[in-house]
Ligand binder design. Structure first.
Ligand code: HPA
Length: 285
């Protein structure tokens, strides 16, 4: 996967859509519905795009949707490539490199994640403040092409603090409205802030592993996002991450975990999630 490959994919996308979106979104498991909100949308299936892999997991549509949210242009990855599906890290981060070539300056990464914090429950959202890369591999391993970025990227501020403040503000606005309607106990009680720990999957964790990650500082566990965050930061793209907490991680409750539950929780918070994204997009712009 070379720089030229990314340029070629970007050129193909430009041949289908002539605008210049500055904001990209990656929609995680069960969260794909936001793409249906876009107006004047152009949909490009991954298999049409040069050098793109295809998404295989249930709940992922596998297409780029480019269009507008309240008049603001966005490019949406509806369905992502997971390392556990067998894709190489280069395939997983390729869309970020294409977004970079398209001139995208901010990317919002979303995912489904398990909570390792007793006070953070299914249906809540978590703004990612930092990550633990426990996938066993770094996506930038291998020769570095300086046209993407430097050999040794700084990871001090992966998640953009300015956009985090905007997300916080958006959550406060929503909570204030829900509070008035009697839905929230306290302003802002659905959005937490925490550390996302990325595992390779595809198994969910054992209870012993969950205890380990918790001791290491994790607040949520998941199987994505970190490769894309690293690839985006490498290129100087601003990154934020939002986890939809779909379940308590293994051993936190007596229940087991299954993919259907993860998808169901995603669907349950879809409206709240969409509302948050709409407001954040307006603020970034
Ligand atoms: N662990 C890992 N990935 C996940 C989980 C989990 O509990 N829930 C959703 N994605």
């Amino acid at each position: 996967m070379t720089y030229e490959n990314a340029v070629e994919a970007a050129e193909y996308i430009r041949s289908k859509y002539t605008g210049e979106p500055k904001i990209a979104l990656v929609l995680g498991s069960g969260l794909g519905a936001f793409a249906d909100e876009l107006t004047d949308a152009v949909k490009i299936p991954y298999e049409e795009i040069p050098h793109f892999a295809r998404s295989t997991v249930e709940g992922h549509a596998g297409q780029l949707v480019i269009g507008k949210v309240n008049g603001i242009e966005v490019i949406v990855q509806q369905g992502r490539f997971h390392f556990y599906e067998g894709y190489t890290m280069e395939q997983v981060m390729f869309p970020m490199r294409v977004f970079g070539r398209l001139g995208v300056t901010s990317v919002i990464l979303t995912n489904a994640a398990g909570s390792v914090r007793p006070g953070m429950k299914p249906g809540d959202l978590m703004l990612i403040s930092d990550h633990l890369n426990m996938m066993g591999v770094n996506p930038l391993r291998g020769p570095n092409d300086e046209r993407f970025g430097v050999r040794f990227p700084d990871m001090t501020n992966v998640y953009d603090t300015e956009i985090q403040k905007m997300i916080d503000a958006a959550a406060n606005e929503i909570s204030a409205e829900r509070h008035t309607e009697g839905k929230d106990r306290e302003p802002h009680d659905f959005l937490h802030r925490g550390i996302y720990c990325a595992l390779s999957g595809p198994t969910y964790e054992t209870p012993a592993e969950v205890r380990l990650y918790r001791q290491l500082g994790a607040d949520a566990v998941g199987m994505s996002t970190v490769p894309e965050a690293i690839a985006a930061r490498h290129q100087g793209i601003r990154v934020v991450g939002i986890s939809c907490i779909t379940n308590f991680a293994a051993g936190m409750t007596d229940d087991g975990i299954n993919h259907a539950e993860v998808m169901e929780t995603g669907a349950r918070v879809a409206d709240l999630f969409k509302e948050l994204l709409r407001r954040v997009i307006a603020k970034i712009n």
